[in-house]
Ligand binder design. Structure first.
Ligand code: PDD
Length: 285
């Protein structure tokens, strides 16, 4: 049975209840995180919770837990659940008012919810046996504050469904200048002539923690060049490799884009080298 956390209490997930007037339910007025734990150890705990603290500040939601307090709360959640590998979902909404009114209410307690779900072992660092992904692509129709990890995910959900309904694992998104932004639930990287390239952090993408760990690990290692810059649709279509990254998929190699092979259609050597570097260093973050 999965044990969840809701507003100060640990309880079976099926018993967790909130008010229908919760602004997370009515407006998507909240911030969330997903933190991976492998062998019960988190990857990127502090940066994940710092991003949540930044998101809460951006929405002026007054939930004043420190990173250490979050660590205690979520480690206690993990301790109450069985298994080795988890995704931990943490969600803070503005809370439940007594009426539906758009302005931020005063004196409402935020709703704090977390639960842990089992995830698979990490993929092998082996291009011959790793699970390859396929993606489609389309114009990015989401809002202009994609840097905020808001629970209002309908734009992302509709794009994900577009990719999923066409038989793909994900969908890559381009802005109105035909520049790559990210995937509907992940960041995106390309590789060209041995160089790893990913769009810069701005309001068009979520500043992914996996993305950051990859960039910082590759820079610290020094054997693979990495660039943060604009990536055009043409560059994506002509890439030697494409990767999509997130806390749940780590670095997933993409072998097909819109039905066409990426590079030679096989998982590339730079993916394997970079995934090894990431795997060796991920618990340092
Ligand atoms: N998704 N971009 C978007 C739009 C995302 O939703 C995510 C993560 C990422 C990658 O961020 P990170 O590396 O910090 O997980 C990028 C999570 C896992 C989700 O919504 O389930």
């Amino acid at each position: 049975m999965s044990i969840a956390y809701l507003n100060g209490t640990y309880l079976p997930l099926e018993e967790a209840r909130i008010s229908p007037l919760d602004r997370g339910f009515l407006f998507g007025d909240g911030i969330y995180e997903v933190i991976p734990y492998y062998n019960r150890k988190p990857v990127g705990f502090a940066p994940h919770m710092q991003r949540m603290i930044n998101g809460l500040a951006a929405l002026e939601i007054k939930c004043n837990k420190s990173i250490d307090e979050w660590r205690e709360l979520l480690d206690a959640l993990i301790a109450k659940n069985d298994g080795d590998n988890f995704g931990v979902y943490v969600h803070v909404s503005r809370g439940a008012d007594t009426k539906r009114f758009h302005a931020y209410p005063e004196n409402v307690e935020p709703t704090v919810f977390a639960f842990a779900f089992g995830i698979k072992d990490p993929e092998p660092v082996d291009r011959a046996t790793v699970h390859p992904y396929t993606v489609s692509s389309t114009q990015d129709l989401r809002w202009k504050r994609c840097n905020i990890k808001s629970t209002a995910l309908l734009g992302n959900v509709m794009h994900f469904q577009q990719g999923y309904a066409s038989g793909n694992n994900e969908i890559l998104l381009y802005n109105d200048k035909n520049e790559l932004t990210e995937g509907s639930s992940c960041n995106a990287f390309i590789v060209k002539d041995g160089v790893v390239i990913t769009p810069i952090e701005d309001n068009q993408i979520l500043p992914g923690i996996t993305r950051r760990i990859i960039i910082d690990s590759l820079k610290a290692d020094g054997s693979i060049p990495v660039e943060e810059r604009t990536v055009t649709m043409d560059e994506v279509r002509n890439a030697d490799e494409i990767w999509i990254t997130s806390s749940s998929k780590e670095i997933a190699p993409v072998v097909k884009l819109d039905g066409n092979p990426v590079g030679n259609g096989e998982v590339g050597p730079v993916w394997e080298a970079a995934f090894r570097i990431y795997t060796d260093r991920k618990f340092d973050f």
